[in-house]
Design a protein around this ligand. Sequence first.
Ligand SMILES: *[C@@H]1O[C@H](CO)[C@@H](O)[C@H](O)[C@H]1NC(C)=O
Length: 589
Amino acid sequence: PSRPVMSGGGGNSLSAAASAGRCSHASAYVRSRASRAQRSRRSGQQAGAGESLLGRLWWGPEATKEDRDAAIEPSETVGPEPLRRSLLTERGLFLSLVAFRCANALLLHTHFVPDEFWQSVEVAHRSAFGYGHLTWEWQAGLRSPLYPGAFALLFKLLQLAGADSRLAVAKLPRLLQACLAAVADFYLYRFSRRVAGQRAAQWALICQLLNWFTLYTAPRTLSNCVEWLLTTVGLYYYPWPEAQSRKAQWKFALAVAAACALRPTSAVPWLMLCLWHAARSRRRLGRLLALYGATGLLVLAVSGLADKHYYGRWTLSQLNFLHYNLLSDIGSFYGVHPWHWYITQGIPAILGPHLPLYLYASYQSWRQRRRVETALTLLVIWTLYVYSFLAHKEFRFVFPLLPLMMHQCGLCLSELGPALRKAAVACLCCLGIPAALYFCLIHQRGPLDAVNHLGKDAELRLTRTGVPAHLDPDLHFLFLAPCHSTPLYSHLHSNVSTRTLDCSPNWRDQPGYVEEQEAFYSDPAGFASRLLDTERRPSHILLFDSLLPRLRGLLETRGFTLRKKFFNSHFEDGRRSHYLLLFCRSDWV
Ligand SMILES: *[C@@H]1O[C@H](CO)[C@@H](O)[C@H](O)[C@H]1NC(C)=O
């Protein structure tokens, strides 16, 4: 009985909006909106160059009028009125996404992987404030300084504004990353709309916003998250057979080149799409190769100059990365997984409740011979196939594949019957949101809480004694925990003297090399007692509670008492156990 509310772009109205009363209300609303939009467009034409320049900066030069006006249709949206109104324009949609991801970032209180601090904000902290720890990758020149450079710039601005408080330094990088995540969401929506229409785009966006792993990972300061963003942007600009646009090609090439410069492994998925593109444009192959070549060289030049500036010598971080990871196989130092890990654990875990929907969607797109979606399925299979050969596997390495899967889930959802769709979305909400909250708020929150506490102690000490932290003879933090289990100066934001266990692989090929962390774990009490005898006396010692039975006696005889216990996790993950314990010198005030 429900009548489509709006002509054009048309889909059936959503079941939620199907009741007649709300329908007529919505159509009146649409009419008033449309006439207002027309009026404002007319006045916009008279408004002069300033407005259009701003508009261009905001939307990018390629945004057409339809792009600006046709965001989510009201007949397609559910939810409270203010939210629906904000989704009527692309700008409103983008700002809503920024607000959503910022809230997402502020809800994030947990630790995922060491790289989110040690390969980004810690390095940036050192560049901006002059102190911070560099891991071996930064000594060997494996990483491109471009990504931490963004945070270094942010820190420098904070410092110039005199606003570099501990809280700001710890939180703002995640908020910056949240804005990038909003751009990624927005481009997923645009990509989906371009290849499958408005309705599919809207559901793809909803799938992405409900995916627990995206909520857990997107605002983190990981280079994988930028790779994820660039993948989505690249997909939008990719010359799909249905919707080719010559102008977008160099943007596509730029996104791909930037993704590969940032993480050379992204070349794997793009290789397939680029070959497909080349196969389709055989007559213009020369021009295409010139375009790819020129963009690649440009990005390589920028990245090379950044490497030269940061490392002070001519080096190419991407080459070093490949050298150490593929040839020396240093990746397997960080753990070896069975070949089927991505299929049996990686992908099912990051998809979570979206998994059945995704499998059904892939089957459907193959059965209905949809070219774009079948290509996306093949892309996922190809990437997983190649990544499965690498010994070291992680969830975040396949994070850039998630948006493609979300697009397919969205398309599938948009084609389901209203009742089935409602049930599917309810299922995604009921399983996805609690999982996201648990992982964002509870699981592995110990490291951040503990370092936050240490930072507070250092601040208190400074106000009490007035002596700068690095000149204070009594202030020294010792971490008897697996290396990089907690963030360091990026969250302490105080030049305290610290001591952590080293766990670099033997990248300098020293004979008879014993990793310090292994030496510690083979004899914790002996190692700790030697350390306390020969090195500076710590004021604070941080350790996981699994070591307590073996270290309690030693710590008590050396005059340390348990000061605080931080909850970490319900699951014991190797050496990282349920609680983090903070011991302080008994005479510490
Ligand atoms: C930080 O402390 C170290 C010594 O612990 C000192 O050499 C260095 O100059 C300090 N840096 C800053 C910026 O205070």
